[in-house]
Design a protein around this ligand. Structure first.
Ligand code: NI
Length: 249
């Protein structure tokens, strides 16, 4: 089910049989000369919706599509939340869903820069329940889509050189598979971009003039994206099922 295409009564009926909801979460930020600004939220959304199409009983919430992108702000189109805002927003999303009775909130993440802050937001929510002396009884989990079973290995096999860490061929391949009408091309110079630390936005643009980090997005193809999505979907369905049964690690 897709939450945004459901009615409240359909969600009420779903809650009678499951307390688990999947929330795609990412970032709206530059992804080099050919990567879509939405890449980091599109990838988890594409995978979660494909899982919904493959499995009758998985509920997918609207995509949380902004995150920790301050270092990309010198590239037009990037929209960033500061960590405190991001944590506050994640908290209210989770509180809203918990209010309805969801007790298993699974965030499928598409942006490495989000990980620490999502974990901190989870810690705040758990602390809130502990200090209040009451258990909400909920469990919060985040998983990067590239860490789903077998996906990282497939990406390394597909792109043994030039994968890099930002505007990677794997994430761009997934968006190419889902949105072939939005495929872009460019001449990359150098073919594999430099790597470097992540600090503030002017420093980032100076080190990474076209926005890529260590990657050659020219290696991406829609076919490779389709292979990644297929594997990710199976991993997601299995993991969400285990999480719902509270047997996940
Ligand atoms: Ni990305």
């Amino acid at each position: 089910m897709l939450l945004h295409l459901s009615t409240w009564s359909e969600i009420e009926a779903y809650l009678a049989r499951s307390k688990t909801v999947v929330i795609p979460i990412g970032s709206n930020e530059q992804h080099g000369p050919t990567g879509l600004l939405g890449t980091d939220w599109l990838c988890p959304e594409i995978i979660a919706r494909a899982a919904h199409e493959a499995s009758a009983d998985i509920l997918v919430a609207p995509t949380f599509n902004v995150g920790m992108a301050q270092h990309h702000l010198d590239f037009p189109g990037t929209i960033a939340l500061r960590p405190s805002t991001f944590m506050a927003a994640i908290g209210d999303w989770a509180r809203s869903l918990a209010h309805h009775g969801f007790t298993r909130l699974y965030f499928l993440n598409g942006h490495g820069g989000n990980v620490a802050t999502i974990d901190a937001a989870f810690s705040e929510l758990y602390a809130e329940a502990s200090f209040a002396g009451r258990s909400r009884g909920f469990a919060l989990k985040q998983r990067n889509w590239w860490d789903l079973r077998g996906v990282g290995k497939l990406a390394r096999d597909q792109f043994p050189a030039g994968h890099g860490s930002h505007a990677t061929p794997s994430e761009i391949a997934i968006t190419q598979w889902a949105y072939p009408e939005a495929i872009k091309s460019a001449n990359y110079a150098p073919q594999i971009a430099p790597s470097g630390p992540i600090r503030e936005s002017s420093d980032f643009r100076r080190r990474h003039p076209d926005g890529r980090m260590g990657s050659d997005p020219g290696l991406a193809t829609p076919e490779k994206g389709g292979e990644l999505v297929k594997l990710a979907v199976q991993g997601l369905i299995d993991e969400v099922k285990a999480f719902g049964a509270d047997s996940a690690p």
